[in-house]
Ligand binder design. Sequence first.
Ligand SMILES: *[C@@H]1O[C@H](CO)[C@@H](O)[C@H](O)[C@H]1NC(C)=O
Ligand SMILES: *[C@@H]1O[C@H](CO)[C@@H](O)[C@H](O)[C@H]1NC(C)=O
Ligand SMILES: *[C@@H]1O[C@H](CO)[C@@H](O)[C@H](O)[C@H]1NC(C)=O
Ligand SMILES: *[C@@H]1O[C@H](CO)[C@@H](O)[C@H](O)[C@H]1NC(C)=O
Ligand SMILES: *[C@@H]1O[C@H](CO)[C@@H](O)[C@H](O)[C@H]1NC(C)=O
Length: 433
Amino acid sequence: MKSLTPLLASLLVTSATAFRPIQPFTGHLERGLEHHLSGRRQETGKKGLIRVPLEVYSRNNGKTELQWLATITVGTPPQTFKVVLDTGSTALILPRGNCTDCGKHTLFDPSKSTSFSPQPGLFQPIEYGTGADTIPLNQTGRAECEVVTDTVSIQDRAVSKQEFMLCDSYGEALSSQLADGILGIGFNDISAWDENGNFTYLPFLPNLISDGQLPNRIVGLALGSGGKKHQQRGPEASIGGTDCARYRGRIKNVNVDETLTTLSGTFIVDVQAAYIGSRDSKQVWRNSTNDNKSLTPGAALVDSGTAYMLAPDRQTAEDLYSDISRDIVPLDDRGSWGASCATLDKMATDITFTIGTETGGEVVEVTMPKSAFNLGEYPGKKGVCQAAFSHSNPPFYEPVEGRPAWVFGSPLIKAYYTVWNAKGGALGWAQKA
Ligand SMILES: *[C@@H]1O[C@H](CO)[C@@H](O)[C@H](O)[C@H]1NC(C)=O
Ligand SMILES: *[C@@H]1O[C@H](CO)[C@@H](O)[C@H](O)[C@H]1NC(C)=O
Ligand SMILES: *[C@@H]1O[C@H](CO)[C@@H](O)[C@H](O)[C@H]1NC(C)=O
Ligand SMILES: *[C@@H]1O[C@H](CO)[C@@H](O)[C@H](O)[C@H]1NC(C)=O
Ligand SMILES: *[C@@H]1O[C@H](CO)[C@@H](O)[C@H](O)[C@H]1NC(C)=O
């Protein structure tokens, strides 16, 4: 599920100029230090990183993986919720006990919590750009929420007065998702703002850090099954540092696009090119040697809460698929593409992106493996399977320079051990252990 913080929503729908981040971008110098610290503090137990097992929600007998959920508790005595670890947002969002369109979720009942406070009580509509499923939304979703306060815990770490969004209306996309709520673990140390556009509340992870309960803002995500060594080990997040046991080799760090990332509060990287297949094998974008064409450089929101890949516009998706097979066609008017399941499996291919910029950080090639190309049967269309890339409708261009903007969701993210370093302004990619 990709939720948009109000900030990101406004980035998409209007202009971003009204918003000022309170947390200055801290640059890259701290990164090495933080890795070092996280390694050291792991041994001291309590204040080190925590390893959070994630539950994967899927359909099509596990073929279509949709959401990775962590368990948190809220209130006194604790009420338990399953929340999406969402790098595409920064707030904690939960459904309120009186919600009538929140689906079958566990609802938070404030009257049963002695530590609950309805303050600050600020009304906060939340807009989101994609739902829990692989099919794009036909319109921006909207939940109606209020900012309230209570104790929030994950494993043995607790924030006693955590502000979060309690929603009495979820809207279709949130109510149909499998998770009860969303735990935004995005970039900014902010999760909401008031009517004047002033940022206010510290999200859960920054609060844990300022309280000395976590060493840093690094989250490592092992969403996919492990490599040979760790096939038995399920998906897992390490919060407060990287987990050396889950990756091998070096973590390649891509600096986030500073402007877009600070504005949106989510991890946005520059995209230089896309290739069908891998770049090493020279199967470049247009595979004929005289006509190799790379996609327009752009930006990509890298979002653990989206279960598919989203191309900036229809033309881009058309270009991509026309180089793979003419049999891959639009499936609906929302931007989904696909073909008959047997055909799609045969034409499945790796897709490689070059991300990052030379001016700081690394330029890295990341590959969505062909095993992630077929998202499984399209709901309601027997024998028709959805391909990993959909297109944005309307087109999605970032608001600062108007570059085409992608969303890289879990089909790419789960192929790697990813390291989300908010303080260092970097997104790391490593081979799974
Ligand atoms: C749910 O309860 C809150 C707080 O009492 C109230 O403000 C809100 O209007 C209620 N919502 C619905 C849908 O009844
Ligand atoms: C979007 O889809 C929902 C449910 O499928 C439908 O109720 C709604 O009318 C659609 N909205 C638009 C703008 O097409
Ligand atoms: C919020 O922002 C407005 C306009 O930028 C400013 O005038 C006001 O003082 C701010 N309020 C607070 C509480 O910071
Ligand atoms: C390039 O594409 C053509 C058909 O479009 C195919 O026959 C050929 O094998 C491809 N070459 C490579 C290197 O993939
Ligand atoms: C691929 O395209 C680039 C840029 O247009 C060009 O410099 C290069 O020579 C092309 N490669 C081949 C093998 O044609």
